[in-house]
Each structure stands twice: as C-alpha cells, then as structure tokens.
Design a protein around this ligand. Sequence first.
Ligand code: PHE
Length: 499
Amino acid sequence: MSGDTNEQLLKVLRIVNEKEKINSLELSSLLNLAHNSIIGLIKSLSVRDGLIETETETQVTWELTDEGNAIVNSGSYEVQVFNYLITNNSAPLPDVMKNVPNAKIGFSKAMANGWIKIDKSNNTVSTVVDNVVDLVKADLENIKNNDFTAVSAANKIDYKKRKLIKECSITVYKVSKGSSFSLTLEKGETELTPDMISSGSWKTKTFKPYNFEALGIQTPRGHLHPLLKIRDEFRRIFLELGYTEMWTSNYIASSFWNFDALFQPQQHPARDAHDTFFLQKPKETNFIPEEICKRVATVHSKGAYGSIGYKYEWDIKEAKKNILRTHTTVNSARTLYNLCHNKEFKPIKMFSIDRVFRNETLDATHLAEFNQIEGLIADYDLSLGDLIGVINQFFNKIGFDKVKFKPAYNPYTEPSMEIFCYHNGLQKWIEVGNSGMFRPEMLLTLGLPPNVNVIAWGLSVERPAMIKYHFNNIRDLVGPKVQLSTIYDDPIAQMKSLS
Ligand code: PHE
C-alpha cells in the first residue's frame, strides 16, 4: 500500500470518527476524491475486522455531460456573452453571434436574466448590470463534487433538459464505526512465522483475516489434451450403451489383416505407398493363420460363398507386408475372427477409439495420423435400419440432432453409407464417418455363422473436436504447433454444447 493511500485511509477514519455516520458521496466531496476512489478506500477498510461497518444503497445521482464539463471550465454561455459585452462595451448582435461560442443560447438566457439589452434601431447589444454571478457554473460545480443538495430540484430538471447533466444510479456506501474502530491503521500480519512463535510475539499481533474467497494459485499439474477429453467422452458413451472395448494396441498390422481379410483386392489404390506407410523393418509378418489364409486366397482369386471374387492371382507376399494400420477396421476383422475361432459365436457390440496412419499430404483438415472411432454389432438378422438407428443414437448423445446418410462404396461393406451431421454453428452438413454392413465374403471367410450380420462404422474424432474447440486448422489442435496454453485453459469436453 502506498503512503498516499495510507494517508487517505486515515483521513476517512478521522471523518467517520467525527461524523458517526457518513456516506461515500459526502466523503467524496469532503476529501475531493472521485467517488470510485472513495469506494476503493472503504472496501480496503472494511476487510479489517470490526474497523468500520458499511451498508449499501442504490441512489439516483447526477453526472455532468461533456457539455456540462465544458461549462465548468469556461463558464455558462450567458456569462460568456455578458463578458464579451463588458470587454467591448457594446456590440452589434451579429458580432456577438459570431464571436461567442453558443451565443444563441447565451444571448437569450442573458436577456431573460436582465443582464443585457438590445437596441432594435441599430441592432446593438449592451450590458445592463455591472457584474453577474455564474449560478449555472456554480450549480454544475456542485454536481461535479457530488453535492447534489446544493442544487435546487427545478434547476436540476432545467440542466437535464439542456443536456448539461444526466441522471444515473450508483451504489452508495454508508459508513459508520465498527466494534473495534480505531484511528490507527495496524498493518495486519499475513504470516505466522517461527520467530513469532518462539518469541511469543504472536500473542499481541493482529493477523489479517483469511480471505476464503480468494481463488489461489493454480498448482502445476498434468492436463489432458482436448482430443483425449473427447476420446474419453466418446468412450463413456459407448460403455454406457453396453459396448465392449476392442483391443487396439497394434499400430503395426500386416496387409493381410488390414486389407486382404477385409476383401480389399491387392491392386486396390489404397494399398499403394502413396496412401499407406509400409514398414522397412520388419518388412513382413511371419504369421498368418493358415486356414483363414487359404479361405482369403480362394475368395479373392476364385470366389466363394456365392461370390465370384476378384478373379486375380492372390499373392501371399503382398499380404505379408507390414504397414502402419490405415484404419481400426483391421481390429474389427481380427476381433470377429477371434470371436468364433474354435468357439461358439455369441452376439456382441464392440467399439474402439485409437490412432490410424495414412500417407496423406498434410493440410488444414488432413493429418498423417488421426483417431478413429470404430464400432460394430454382430448379431443374427441385423439390417441397415439397425445401423442407421445406432449411429443416430450415438450422434444424438453427443448433441448432433440432424444426421444424414449417403450411399457409398467400401470393398468390405455392402451396402455402405457415408455419414453427415448438420452443424448448426457452421450451418452446413459435414462428413463425420463411413459405415456399412460387412460383406459375406469377409464374414464367412472369418468363420462367422451364415445368418450373422455385422453392422459397422468408422468415425472421425478430430472433426467434432475441431468444431467443438473452434479450430479451423487441425495443426493447431494436433502436432508441434499446438500451444500449451490451449491445453491448460481449455474447458472440460462437453459435446452437448455443440448444438
Ligand atoms: N474403415 C473405414 C474408414 O477408414 C470406416 C468403416 C468402418 C466403414 C467400418 C465401414 C465399416 O473410413
């Protein structure tokens, strides 16, 4: 606290001591300090236990307009006209009008006050009295100093009409002595030190009361990245809906599980190095279960299960190539295989949320690694209606109420549908994922019973995250350019606020 403020605080205390009860407006005019500063002083006195008592009330008060302030500085217009005439003895009316600011109002007021007269024969104005008192200026000065009672109600109405003052309401503090009022300001101790304890001086010291309302300093701690928060929220939704989480801890997959088992032909453009990251070391997998490998070879090259296949020479060398998985559907395939490999099939709902990799050109909306929400339901006699239903259910849960489907093509699903959501904020449909019913070429190859259908989908995590956190560029959300402050300051993910 500066010495100056301390001095002002003491002045306030002395006035309170003398006057018993006083309000902040009166203090402001007595101490010639702005009302706001007085309130600051009162507040810092009232945090000291029992020093003063305060009560607040809302009061209608008056404030000078810019024009009112100008009059306080240069005098009222009528006095300005009068002064002009005093220095010039008398003057032609047009001269007065030209040389005195706001002379029109000043002239008529001065005439009405009987200070000046006009000789109609030569249109000349002269003074009638020797000197005048600037009552308007005096009134305005009183208002400026918050001394409202000094100005008559009629005058206030007049000044308001003339737009010299305006009405406003303020909080006024009434101040009186508190139970432990004193005229001195003891600087309260803020800390109990070992010295105070050993010397016993703590017994006589006054301590500043704790401010339990203070926010305190945030302790350093770990922060979840916005994407992780959203992943967590999506995960909880699926768990609540009764889904089981799929195992996904394999960034590296063989082409066999990523493509071949999904009935994706070996010439498919997605299997090109332009779209997929191939591993240098180990270049190939050395394990593909034999019986399923044979079934995949047959369904691709000759066809099976009512399908004519792709009619090409299926090559195990191509299937053995290790890659960074391009979609989490690779895990769906393996999960379905494990589900009925040497066991009896049981209907299941599964999901996963994890990272996938594509050899993409990076731009504002594309990354080489991103997250996918994968889901599947395997059961008897499922239909496309079931798929539409569960996808709607998920998106409704995260706050998208308008969901639209568009026919699409995937080698492993038939029918296939792209999923679009209407984003109310952006006022447009945005693509959020892809889905379909797994083909019999895939399911029967994996060993599922013939009348079991699997509805499945793959959704983006980053798209909704970008919308949720207002990122136009994905690289501001993921990667080396991310500002740590974004992660520290960002709120808990609540997808419901999206709508
Ligand atoms: N794997 C697809 C993708 O990466 C998504 C998908 C999953 C489509 C399951 C259909 C069924 O876009």
